[in-house]
Design a protein around this ligand. Structure first.
Ligand SMILES: [Zn+2]
Length: 420
């Protein structure tokens, strides 16, 4: 398996052993998750900066190199051995009305809805399936399998199709219909488990008796690694001026961990001055990472009765909870939670005022920011980035039901008015 020059291997987060990339999933010594590590002193910050600079002469004039090429030295697989469908390079959109509302200098939304399958999960799944496809030359990896609320399953089906590998997505019955439909459309096998995410996880173990290659976050070492590109792109787009705060929907912990790791690497290389405070945002009805941070714990207890309308946020036992908790602490960030009504109202308000269509789960970022603003957590001169994890087209019914539930009648013309 061909890896990049500075890539040192996969380091176990518990026992510290560093393994070759041919180790497909968790640490063979102790079973803990693995984290890709690099020899940073052999990476040239200058060449990364120039790759990303449209006027440097190293790229076609006026055209910025794609982030995965500009930041190739900070990824485990060379771009030429990696699958791609144009994931990443998502827009960073100014939200001036939201900045006024929150009373901060600047709010920008990193819109992950424009990834190939409409969610931020494409970043990590692309890398994880690329690694599996490389491993497939040397060992058996089929079938690929993942249990997820929906987006990771859809993404896995898509990238496995490109790699010509068989895949299974295990989703709960409550999974959003667009996810289920598109898993089929991408040619993935789908297993629907009655109930919630925990039931889909159990079904993956029960029904796939044979060996499978698990694409679960922090089982594969690559999902949080792919999420680093969110940080890289934000820094590149802002011409290496890191924002003060990044608010990230927490889900499995992979996005929080990846964003913090990405900025930390840029800081190590001197490309940004400081790592922003990373805020983990969760729903009131399923907030194991926020609770652990609140109680000063290093690990999260599984959430006993998970219940939120935003299915992607309903991850009661996040695989990367410990990593996300330490990422938030290391960056002097915090956790914030919001009620379902606040989450949906926020997604609707962003759509109404800032154009962008946020999925229900993405709504927890502005909802969390509103809550932090009400607690005077921000400085008035803060630059704040909100990560929208998925397209509004994944959950339009949920957003629309919310409007109707609060008494807004939606006409055929798409206009709305209050009921008398
Ligand atoms: Zn280990």
């Amino acid at each position: 398996m061909e890896t990049t020059e500075a890539f040192r291997g996969l380091e176990c987060v518990d026992c510290g052993a560093v393994h070759e990339a041919t180790v497909a999933t968790v640490c063979p010594d102790c079973g803990s998750s693995l984290d890709p590590v690099y020899e940073y002193t052999s990476i040239s910050a200058e060449s990364i900066r120039n790759e990303g600079d449209p006027d440097s002469g190293q790229t076609t004039p006026g055209i910025r190199a794609r982030a995965r090429e500009a930041f190739a030295a900070l990824l485990p697989l060379a771009p030429e051995t990696s699958l791609t469908a144009g994931e990443g390079d998502t827009p960073l959109v100014a939200a001036p009305r939201l900045a006024d509302e929150l009373d901060v200098a600047e709010v920008m939304i990193k819109d992950e809805g424009s990834n190939p399958t409409g969610s931020a999960l494409d970043r990590g799944i692309c890398l994880a399936v690329s690694a599996a496809a490389e491993l497939a030359h040397e060992q058996s990896v089929e079938p690929l399998a993942v249990a997820s609320p929906g987006n990771a399953g859809q993404s896995a089906a898509a990238y496995a199709g490109r790699a010509d590998l068989r895949s299974y997505a295990f989703v709960p019955s409550r999974c959003a219909f667009p996810n289920k439909a598109m898993i089929n459309v991408h040619g993935g096998e789908m297993q629907v488990a009655g109930g919630r995410l925990g039931d889909a996880v159990a079904a993956l173990d029960d029904r796939l008796a044979a060996d499978y290659h698990d694409l679960g976050a922090f089982v594969t070492p690559y999902r949080h690694e792919g999420a680093k590109l969110i940080a890289f792109e934000i820094a590149q787009e802002r011409e290496w001026d890191a924002p003060d705060v990044v608010v990230v929907p927490a889900t499995t912990g992979e996005l929080v961990t990846g964003v913090a790791k990405g900025f930390h690497e840029l800081e190590t290389l001197g490309l940004v001055g400081a790592t922003p405070a990373v805020v983990a945002a969760q729903a009131d009805g399923c907030a194991p990472i926020a609770k652990a941070l609140d109680e000063g714990n290093d690990q999260a207890d599984p959430w006993e009765l998970p219940d939120t309308i935003a299915g992607e946020l309903e991850v009661p036992n996040p695989a990367g909870a410990a990593e996300a908790i330490s990422a938030v602490r290391d960056t002097d960030g915090t956790a914030v939670t919001a009620a379902d009504d606040e989450i949906l109202e926020s997604a609707v308000a962003v759509a109404a005022n800032e154009v962008l269509e946020m999925g229900a789960a993405g709504g927890v970022a502005p909802a969390g920011a509103w809550k932090l603003a009400s607690e005077d957590w921000f400085d008035p001169d803060d630059s704040v980035v909100l990560v929208n994890t998925g397209s509004g087209l994944k959950t339009p019914d949920v957003l629309r039901s919310h409007l109707m539930g609060r008494g807004v009648w939606i006409s055929w013309g798409g206009c709305s008015r209050e009921y008398p």
